[in-house]
Design a protein around this ligand. Sequence first.
Ligand SMILES: CC(C)CCC[C@@H](C)CCC[C@@H](C)CCC[C@@H](C)CCOC[C@@H](COP(=O)(O)OP(=O)(O)OC[C@H]1O[C@@H](n2ccc(N)nc2=O)[C@H](O)[C@@H]1O)OCC[C@H](C)CCC[C@H](C)CCC[C@H](C)CCCC(C)C
Ligand SMILES: O=P([O-])([O-])O[C@@H]1[C@@H](O)[C@H](O)[C@@H](O)[C@H](O)[C@@H]1O
Ligand SMILES: [Mg+2]
Ligand SMILES: [Mg+2]
Length: 189
Amino acid sequence: MLNRYRENVKGYLEAIVKPLAKAGVTPNTITFIGLLISLLGAYLFYLQRPRLAAVILLIGSAIDALDGTLARMTGKTSRFGAFLDSTFDRISDGAVLFGIALGNLADWRLTFLTFMGAYLVSYERCRAELAGSGTLAVGIAERAERLLILMAFSLAGAEYVKWGVYIVGVLAWITVFQRMWAAYQRLKE
Ligand SMILES: CC(C)CCC[C@@H](C)CCC[C@@H](C)CCC[C@@H](C)CCOC[C@@H](COP(=O)(O)OP(=O)(O)OC[C@H]1O[C@@H](n2ccc(N)nc2=O)[C@H](O)[C@@H]1O)OCC[C@H](C)CCC[C@H](C)CCC[C@H](C)CCCC(C)C
Ligand SMILES: O=P([O-])([O-])O[C@@H]1[C@@H](O)[C@H](O)[C@@H](O)[C@H](O)[C@@H]1O
Ligand SMILES: [Mg+2]
Ligand SMILES: [Mg+2]
């Protein structure tokens, strides 16, 4: 859903990446830096610092928007870069939930179910697109929505993080079935 606002932030993102492009920074370098920052956010959840974690995670997520912007602006988009971007998103998503569980900010069993739902949403899109569905960026809890909900509840304080995890879990599983239906509609023989 939020991806429809991509155009609205494009100008801001391009203004940020312009000096990076001039400095010759590569998109993959930005992708790697974004992952490192997101992993720092995950570690801050483990340390039970959810407010700081949310801010760091927002910066890491914003940087996830910068790598593709830089790639497109400089004509340096690549198949491996696309692979790296998506793969690092999974590592970041898993690390954040792992940090939350290890930091006892939410029940680890319910956090695992949220983890499963989030990964399934992304896997379904990848597998359906491989099968020829066309872009399957559908559902109420794509990655941007999941991250923003988690950040919002984390900013509210440690005792609210679990509600963010559980709400993201429910919405992610709804998205799992939305994407399953969309894939069926598009792929049925
Ligand atoms: C350094 C920072 C401090 C700069 C800050 C800038 C911000 C102020 C600007 C706005 C922030 C916003 C964009 C980030 C928030 C969104 C985030 C929570 C959700 C994650 O969004 C992901 C992001 C990028 O998605 P992708 O990685 O899939 O897309 P791209 O990277 O663009 O393209 C991939 C594509 O590129 C090629 N490629 C990539 C890498 C590489 N190495 N090589 C390559 O070739 C290849 O082709 C790949 O396939 O999505 C961005 C759009 C987003 C969905 C828009 C959301 C708008 C939202 C309403 C903004 C609200 C944010 C607000 C500040 C929230 C505050 C409150 C909160 C804390 C509760
Ligand atoms: O929204 P979602 O499908 O859960 O997750 C998305 C992946 O499916 C996609 O491969 C990737 O490029 C996006 O950055 C995002 O990670
Ligand atoms: Mg990106
Ligand atoms: Mg990404």
